[in-house]
Design a protein around this ligand. Sequence first.
Ligand SMILES: Nc1ncnc2c1ncn2[C@@H]1O[C@H](COP(=O)(O)OP(=O)(O)OP(=O)(O)O)[C@@H](O)[C@H]1O
Ligand SMILES: [Mg+2]
Length: 237
Amino acid sequence: MNNIVLELQDVWKVYKMDEVKVPALQGINLKVKQGEFIAVVGASGSGKSTALHIIGALDVPTKGFVLLDGQEISKLDESKIARIRGKKIGFVFQTFNLYPTLNVLENIALPMRIHEFDEDKINEKCKELIKLVGLERRAKHLPAQLSGGERQRVAVARALSSQPSMILADEPTGNLDSKTSMEILKLLVGLHEKEGKTIVLVTHEPDIAAYAERMVELKDGKIIYDGKVKKRKGFFK
Ligand SMILES: Nc1ncnc2c1ncn2[C@@H]1O[C@H](COP(=O)(O)OP(=O)(O)OP(=O)(O)O)[C@@H](O)[C@H]1O
Ligand SMILES: [Mg+2]
């Protein structure tokens, strides 16, 4: 059986700023298997976020193909892409991206509301997720009333609420201290190990990347390494 859930074929992304062309990705080929845990590393500006956005269908390539579960998504219209994205992919960002006027429970429930889950299902799933991330006693808090780590835990719960098989995380620990970073990381590792979620994690930190099974290193928009995690300390600062 083919268990490739995501494939990038010769993906290019060229940003045009007036006369200046920035080739952010230059011919990326990548196959991601169901249940893999991949760390994407590389210097600032190497194309990590651009690659993650294309993997998650938040952006389309200038050239090349993106196949999600064998389906070529770059040719679909935006509403179809949004539906597929919502069902299959959960995002976690460095800056949490929570809705400031919604409380913890409401933030977690939002993707389910968008996908029109019924109310009983939403309540049941919210209870499960808030427990998973250990925020039962913060359910009614607004994001501004939470610590950074708590906010990121809400974001992880929200990413899980539409029951995606893949979690994409862009520097999810970038704004957190090392202890809190480890908590978030443990949460992601648990999702990978216990629930078989596919995880693609962008990070600058070798200690964080060390938890992945596979490492993809970008330089100037190209993959320069794809294999086992290299444990050289501080190598991609
Ligand atoms: N919307 C945009 N318009 C124009 N250029 C962009 C845009 N987004 C990114 N770029 C350029 O593309 C290149 C890759 O950017 P990207 O954000 O993917 O890097 P990154 O590896 O995530 O960096 P960082 O570690 O700093 O987050 C950079 O040179 C950046 O300036
Ligand atoms: Mg980035």
